[in-house]
Design a protein around this ligand. Sequence first.
Ligand code: ADP
Length: 444
Amino acid sequence: MTTTNGTIENGLPDKKMPMLPKPITNLEIQHNQIFINNEWHQSVSGRTFPVYNPATGEKICDVQEADKADVDKAVEAAKAAFQKGSPWRRLDASGRGKLLHKLGDLLERNRVILATLETMDTGKPFLHAFLVDLEGCIRTLRYFAGWADKIQGKTIPVDESFLCYTVHEPVGVCGAITPWNFPLLMLIWKMAPALCCGNTLVIKPAEQTPLTSLYMGSLIKEAGFPPGVVNIVPGYGPTAGAAITHHPNIDKVAFTGSTEVGKLIKEAASASNLKRVTLELGGKNPCIIDQEQFDKVLEYIQSGKDEGAKLECGGSAVGERGFFIKPTVFSEVNDDMRIAREEIFGPVQSILKFKSLDDVIKRANNSQYGLTAAVFTENLDKALSVASALQSGTVWINCYNALHAQTPFGGFKMSGNGRELGEYALTEYTEVKTVTIKLSQKKL
Ligand code: ADP
């Protein structure tokens, strides 16, 4: 998250920041179980799965592996917590706001622990996790804490003698399925608006990076959320993830991940109970990842070479440990090459030339994706007309990756459905109820 007045600018720490924290060495993993009803559980099957540090390739710990039976237990807990008359449903909206603020306080208190865990799990630099991911999480929690008691319907003038008003009610039990790259931030983007609106949650973190999501279980309990409001089921996509997307008692799924899995989620929703689905799909961001992704990125680099692009630098693995790939730049790339069309999810930059604005807009829009785009120019007219013409959920002008809790984020076309963050996110976590009252008194 790039802030204009905070601790980080263009992804780099503000040099004026007095003391930069350091990661904790030899951090002990405390939470590697399934979190249901504010308690820690072993998996029903007795199975576990290993979690690795991608920077070293070493195993961090084994985590209890949730499958359908565990998801069923979590959904039962979330459903009970959502029943009318439950402590969660009886809590005033301002009470929900207070709990979210308290959670924000706990994240601030445990920021170094969470950033250390995120670094171990994802391989990203500690200061990135501390300054970017955790800052974004805390700001998002505080932003939605403020919304909790401001979610209002309308009074609508209608024909004849009726009084008509709308109420925005929580959707119910929400599933959240998150990716490996920003594990905690993508979770908070879903959890904060879901809880702000009064829903309950069943969360499945990515199998590669579940540790910060699991740690959140202890903070959820400490903050004082009633049992069953937040449940966390670590496990694999085709098992635990699919159990969520097919579940008849889950009312909505919020997902961040690949377009292929996004399609499966919509299929599962329509094959089960037509649950609401929000999807945040394809983009193109450099990252360090696991063995499978490492092989995939090297395969893309090979395809760039085979298809005739010119390798300017990088193009191979680096280091003896971990899954690092050299920053790679290709020039002489054309629109049909796979490296230009597909999501690589690795540190591979393609340089494409253009002759005119019309040409570049047409080519930029000639993509199945439409998540983000950026234009760099001092010419305001040019900047605004390009922003208007691009088919993209976000357009950055003279900046990149400038995300804020207040502004909606999501994609056009196959980059997704719906929006996270900002006031728009609230509509994804509420149902609108229309109440119409027949008045006996005729209009005067
Ligand atoms: P990425 O390319 O970011 O790893 P994926 O779409 O493969 O994205 O994974 C994102 C999340 O989706 C992970 O939590 C993964 O376990 C989950 N997932 C993968 N397959 C399925 C599936 N069939 N049903 C539900 N969730 C899934």
